[in-house]
Design a protein around this ligand. Structure first.
Ligand code: BG6
Length: 494
């Protein structure tokens, strides 16, 4: 189905627009979800011409188009408007362009606004969109907003109040690009479409859950932003808690947007509040020093560009959440994320309770792993019998994994998310109640860390984080099931 729509992208010259947004819009175009009756207004401060903008869009598409003509036709729908977000006159010009393009392309007054800019401008833009009647109550009007949504509960509340002057909650689509990932969506299928899992997805059968978001890259050229954020706010407050909410939610009454949302929000609201002492024990922060992987030397965080001298910003965050529901009370949900870890990999490991030993043989715990990226798929460890006349147990791994990029068939997260916005489906976006509850929790950890009540552990680039993150799991009687560092070490690569 084709949706008539006018997109306005604030931050059109930015990296995200070029890397993700234009290619994703193109994929939607190629799939026929947007066609003749769509247009895109790109705005940014730079004085670009339409020709230059079109060229930028075409270049961003790489080899996605079937032929040059298809790329040109797509790019011809793009218009550029140089824009200062504080200048009211510029919004007047924007309204005029919007009206003209609306007529020309028959977009039926449907509008999607995408804010891909520094968050301090979000409120100003939203205010002007209303005062200058760019948002005018005609057609559908939806706002897509990039992270970070605030940097604390107080700033998130302020931002939300500013947006609420112009948009209702159901018009606001807060991006968490992890929710657009194929395998994160697949968690619904694994959990709810398999009788073998659906009935054991609870504290009676699950011992603990481990969520790893490992990155091998450092902070690259994002030091200016990252040094003020750190791993906890950059990855845990949003991505990790969103993934956790899908893992921990109760079965929704039905699989529609409202019912799924209700259950997700319940998880956020039932995140068990931990005492300060518990937080000090249960949340680990780390920062990378220089290190070697496979003969390559990587610089320490403190030596990266745009990092303040002696910065105490964490590039690693690990810890444990509990969800205080009948389903999961007291089950640890361990998480870890970090820059410059051994290997890039996002995966969820569900560790089931130990089975009874049989015939004097020790049974290993069943383990289900959901691979989110870079490979996608699942594996399941089960106990089998070793071939031979004696009875010996041996774990067997059932595995279904593929490299999504190589197959090229998994939609890019932004493509999926744009598609949902066009359909008015906000299931895969962060609701305000979720954001609010996550900041309430994270603020407490931030305060304890800022007051230096716990050490900032150093870890060498290439490792899987500080020893403290391993000790934490040991203190709960378990260990990280995924051990890429061991694999590297055994082969002399670390
Ligand atoms: C972003 C963070 O939200 O997610 C980055 O700001 C991080 O620091 C990125 O690198 C990871 O996303 P992905 O899709 O590459 O796993």
């Amino acid at each position: 189905m084709t949706t008539p729509v006018l997109f306005t992208i604030f931050g059109a010259s930015g990296d995200l627009a070029k890397r993700k947004l234009y290619p994703s819009l193109f994929r939607l175009y190629k799939a026929g979800h947007i066609a003749e009756n769509f247009a895109v207004i790109g705005t940014a401060r730079r004085p670009w011409t339409k020709e230059f903008f079109e060229q930028t869009v075409i270049e961003s598409l790489g080899n996605l188009p079937d032929n040059p003509r298809q790329a040109y036709e797509f790019a011809s729908h793009f218009y550029y408007q140089s824009h200062d977000v504080n200048d009211t006159e510029h919004y007047v010009a924007l309204r005029q362009l919007q009206a003209k393009l609306g007529q020309q392309y028959g977009t039926q007054e449907n509008k999607v606004f995408f804010l891909s800019m520094a968050p301090e401008f979000f409120g100003t833009i939203a205010k002007h969109l209303k005062s200058e009647e760019i948002v005018n109550g005609k057609g559908f009007e939806r706002l897509i907003i990039e992270k970070p949504f605030g940097t604390s509960l107080a700033t998130a509340e302020k931002l939300n109040a500013e947006l609420a002057e112009t948009f209702e909650e159901d018009q606001i689509y807060r991006i968490d690009h992890y929710l657009g990932k194929e395998m994160v969506q697949n968690i619904f299928a694994v959990r709810f479409a398999n009788i073998i899992f659906e009935h054991i997805w609870n504290r009676d059968f699950i011992d603990n859950v481990q969520i790893s978001f490992a990155e091998s890259i450092g902070v690259e050229d994002r030091g200016g932003y990252y040094d003020h954020s750190g791993a906890l706010k950059d990855m845990i407050q949003n991505h990790a808690l969103q993934v956790l909410s899908i893992l921990a939610m109760d079965t929704p009454k039905s699989f529609n947007e409202a019912d799924v949302r209700t259950e997700k929000i319940k998880v956020f609201q039932n995140l068990k509040k931990q005492t300060n002492e518990e937080i000090k024990r249960n949340f680990i922060r780390g920062q990378y020093t220089d290190g070697q992987i496979d003969g390559h030397t990587y610089a320490a965080y403190l030596d990266e560009p745009n990092i303040t001298e002696n910065s105490q910003t964490e590039t690693f965050a690990g810890g444990v959440f509990f969800v205080d529901t009948d389903r999961f009370r007291d089950v640890p949900f361990f998480f870890r994320t970090g820059k410059r870890l051994t290997e890039k990999g996002t995966r969820v490991t569900i560790v089931f309770k130990k089975a009874t030993d049989i015939f004097g043989q020790h049974a290993e715990q069943n383990i289900l792993t959901i691979y989110i990226q870079p490979t996608e798929g699942f594996s399941l460890f089960i106990n089998g019998k070793e071939v031979g006349s004696s009875f010996s147990l041996t774990p067997a791994k059932l595995s279904f994994r593929h490299n999504a990029d190589a197959l090229g068939n998994s939609p890019e997260a932004y493509e999926k998310l744009f598609f949902d916005v066009l359909n008015g489906d906000s299931t895969n976006f962060s609701h305000w109640e979720e954001v609010k509850a996550s900041w309430t929790f994270i603020d407490q950890v931030v305060r304890i860390w800022q007051e230096n009540q716990v050490p900032l552990h150093l870890y060498p680039a290439g490792s899987m984080g500080p020893q403290a993150a391993f000790d934490l799991l040991e203190s709960y009687g378990t260990d990280w099931h995924w051990k890429p560092d061991t694999w590297y070490r055994e082969r002399g690569l670390l």
